[in-house]
Design a protein around this ligand. Sequence first.
Ligand code: MN
Length: 275
Amino acid sequence: MARSPTPLRLDPDRPLILLSNDDGIDANGLAALAAALDDLGTVVVVAPATEQSAVGHAITVRDPMRAHPWPFDGPTGPLWARAVTGTPADCVKLAVQKLLPRRPDLVVSGINHGPNTAVSVLYSGTVSAATEASILGVPSFAVSHCSWDPDADFETSGRVARTVAERVLSEGLPPGVLLNVNVPDRSFDQLTGFEVTRQARARWEEEFEERRDPFDRPYYWLGGQFINLDDGLDTDLHAIKQGAVSVTPIHYDLTAYDELRRIATWNWSADALSN
Ligand code: MN
């Protein structure tokens, strides 16, 4: 028998915590996150109906979006949850601007199955859900578990997420700044601590494998390896390698401030337009 949708009951004395992700609403990492944050406030879930890894900050503008009531069990009972036929950024936008009766106090995205370090931040749907919250003025962080193991255990990352959530709820975050948290694949007792880091300079050494479909047409499959080009001791990749939780403050203003003045010295006279 179908369960009737869980009603949303707000408690004015407790923070409203919105969870999202990019692995999809049924992902184990999201369930672990909900379990870990349950007693910090009223936890609600608005997450993509299907996996949206590596969609970056895409939003849906040419298709209808639906938000289906979804059965989602928390540790102390069913949570209010919606599965959205859209991207992670869509989920947070729709939740904050339409679905929730008030602004959340915190948005947490994850727990992603796999790291989101260095340049991967740009491709990550997990980070983008948190970024969208930041754009909307809600404190937020993304949390990723650094393992590709299909049976990855998200318990350690859940406990870390809880600590970070407590910090962000008590300290707040400057406008436009969010935290990108990566947790090493270790048991909780084996973690060496927290490191506040910068994104490492790294890139994907990519290879497109060419294959043939049944009609003999070529298709391409992206693979490759992540190469660290940065030997700094203050990077996200270094922290994780040392067994520490990496916490990187990031922002979405991509302006290269260091270069503004230099580029402004180029010839930008109106005459240049007619040449
Ligand atoms: Mn993912």
